[in-house]
Design a protein around this ligand. Structure first.
Ligand SMILES: [Zn+2]
Ligand SMILES: [Zn+2]
Length: 250
């Protein structure tokens, strides 16, 4: 995001129409936004009531809670695909991180204002994250895409929040190139990413004792988030919560 971008008119991340100042998507594409609604407060799985799902009751994930403002689908899915694959030769389109980051920003603002968070999300324990940590890409994927979409979304959302936003710390490394999670079932997804992440040794002192908010674009089963949380906790993080722009059906 260059300085010049600040002066360009806002365009819809899904269809490139002038968005008329609305954040992220034009009015027409925004009609397909589907808020997460009632969901498990731990893993974010949509349900009839906002209560702990059976899976989390039996085996809680390593992260404290997972939030996502929207369900994956509609024009949001189109926009996220364009962000990751819409550029020349299947590279991503970095400039779409800004409008999509604007869609993530309100949810991030709630998590950074614990009093407001408790009000809006009963059961949310107070505690502002100390660090924002994006889910990393494997270096090979990063080369193909040109940027990490989680990092770009995190930076764009953070930039809207002013000086009180916690620092963005890209401390996680993806050691193993994992096959795509799409097409794998829940157990397969967990096996695929288990042990794939670690905190860079030089970054361990930044993590120890800190409350971390892990940021990703889309969460499906939470297997990637769980593998990242395990790595952060192993490096001494006091707590790991997760924020994704969209929650897909597992
Ligand atoms: Zn549009
Ligand atoms: Zn759950």
């Amino acid at each position: 995001m260059g300085l010049l971008d600040l002066f360009l008119p806002e365009r819809c991340a899904a269809c490139d129409a002038l968005s008329g100042g609305a954040p992220g998507l034009c009015t027409s594409c925004a009609l397909s936004l589907y808020p997460l609604g009632a969901a498990c407060p731990v893993c974010g799985e949509p349900g009839e009531r906002a209560e702990r799902c059976r899976r989390c009751a039996a085996t809680p994930p390593p992260f404290y809670r997972l939030d996502a403002p929207y369900r994956y689908g509609g024009e949001l899915a189109t926009a996220l695909c364009r962000l990751k694959y819409g550029g020349a030769q299947s590279a991503g389109r970095f400039e779409l991180a800004r409008p999509l980051g604007a869609l993530l920003a309100p949810a991030l603002a709630v998590l950074l204002t614990p009093a407001l968070g408790v009000l809006l999300t009963p059961g949310l324990a107070a505690g502002k994250p100390d660090l924002l940590v994006p889910v990393p890409l494997h270096p090979a994927r990063l080369r193909a895409r040109g940027f990490s979409q989680a990092h770009a979304l995190c930076a764009a959302a953070r930039a809207t929040l002013g000086a009180h936003a916690p620092p963005l710390a890209a401390v996680l490394e993806r050691h193993r190139a994992t096959s795509a999670q799409a097409g794998l079932n829940r157990a397969g997804r967990a096996r695929n990413v288990n042990g794939a992440f670690a905190v860079a040794p030089r970054a361990v002192p930044r993590i120890a004792g800190r409350a971390v908010l892990l940021i990703d674009d889309v969460v499906t089963t939470g297997a990637t988030a769980a593998a990242c949380a395990t790595a952060l906790l192993a490096a001494g993080a006091a707590r790991v919560s997760v924020l994704a722009l969209a929650r897909a059906e597992a």
